[in-house]
Design a protein around this ligand. Structure first.
Ligand code: GH3
Ligand code: MG
Ligand code: MG
Ligand code: MG
Length: 317
């Protein structure tokens, strides 16, 4: 009844329900050799609706991390039979940075320097037992919030604002790894650069905002066709898009790109001043041998130049 009369209270309830729903997606690993100590933490975490798993030793914790890449928070004891908490922390930090995995040390030891040892080993926080449940909950929530903010920032840093595709930074960061994976598996792979034809004219006739609408329509279409193939698609800049096509030989990529070209030519984009159509030119190169990623892109760019020169609305490889 009180909540009904108070918007602010209602907002707070909604926010805490949302937080609890999000917590269900957060996987937490509790590491302690003493069952009752583990149990206390597990209960505290489950009250907050976290998805909790447990380990009795450092070794078990490392194995759990190997099997489950979703773990993003670890609460670890200090005294354990096989390794102590900050040794475990140090081992984990060799593989997972604090921007993807948070570690909180917990101990009933009376050694006041223990917290520093944990923090130096790479823990993000430390609490002494007996802990105050509410304080520990607040600390856990702060770490979970920090991880979520990092994820949001990272997503924003790698996304093109207008088209919501990956941006150039992401394309050049992930592209080489994708190509490398194909080469290791001895699978074919191709790289394409697509550029909208006479886009400047379109901007000049319909205005920049309409140009943006066309860019978004082309991007949406490309996302739809690239996703099922596991292709890496990004906006490289302006009206230019890059595609890494794993598992496609040059011949397959040629037919894939030509169907993209054909589809886009029949796309009608509704604009405030009526509707318009666009065509695209595509330069395509096959990946093979040991060239650098930049060289493959350069080759695709050269072919794009030729596609433009020989009349646009075509794929050149
Ligand atoms: P070509 O067929 O040779 O590719 O000619 P073009 O006109 O498409 O190429 P050009 O490089 O001369 O012009 C590209 C234009 O794209 C110029 C630039 O103003 C426009 N452009 C770049 N980014 C954006 C954007 O985000 N929105 C809009 N509306 N226009 C953009
Ligand atoms: Mg212990
Ligand atoms: Mg162009
Ligand atoms: Mg261009």
């Amino acid at each position: 009844y009180i909540i009904k009369d108070n918007d602010r209270a209602l907002d707070m309830v909604v926010a805490s329900v949302e937080r609890l729903l999000n917590n269900a997606l957060v996987k937490v690993l509790v590491v302690d050799d003493v069952r009752s100590a583990r149990q206390g933490l597990v209960e505290l975490l489950r009250l907050q609706r976290f998805n909790v798993i447990q380990a009795r030793t450092g070794q078990q914790a490392l194995e759990a991390l190997d099997q489950d890449r979703d773990i993003c928070l670890i609460l670890t004891d200090y005294h354990m039979p096989d390794m102590n908490g900050y040794e475990l922390t140090r081992l984990i930090r060799k593989r997972f940075a604090s921007d993807e995995l948070r570690i909180i040390g917990i101990s009933s030891s009376s050694d006041r320097l223990l917290s520093a040892s944990f923090l130096k080993a790479g823990a993000c926080d430390f609490v002494y037992r007996p802990y105050v449940a509410e304080e520990l909950q607040c600390r856990i929530n702060l770490h979970v919030q920090a991880l979520s903010q990092i994820r949001q920032l990272r997503a924003a840093a790698f996304q093109d604002y207008l088209t919501e595709l990956y941006n150039r930074r992401y394309f050049f960061r992930e592209g080489p790894a994708l190509v490398e994976r194909c080469l290791m598996r001895v699978e074919p792979c191709s790289v394409a650069i697509l550029d909208i034809d006479h886009f400047k004219k379109l901007n000049d006739s319909f205005g920049h905002d309409s140009g943006d609408v066309v860019l978004k329509a082309v991007a949406d279409y490309l996302k739809g066709v690239c996703c099922p193939h596991g292709a890496l698609l990004g906006r490289l800049g302006g009206e230019e898009f890059g595609m890494i096509l794993p598992n496609m030989s040059l011949r397959q990529a040629l037919s894939f790109c030509d169907s993209i070209r054909g589809d886009i030519a029949t796309l009608t984009v509704p604009l405030p001043a009526g509707e318009t159509t666009v065509t695209v030119s595509i330069g395509l190169a096959e990946i093979g041998g040991r060239e650098s990623f930049d060289n493959y892109l350069h080759a695709a760019d050269q072919f794009l130049y030729l596609a433009k020169r020989f009349g646009r609305n075509q794929v050149y490889s």
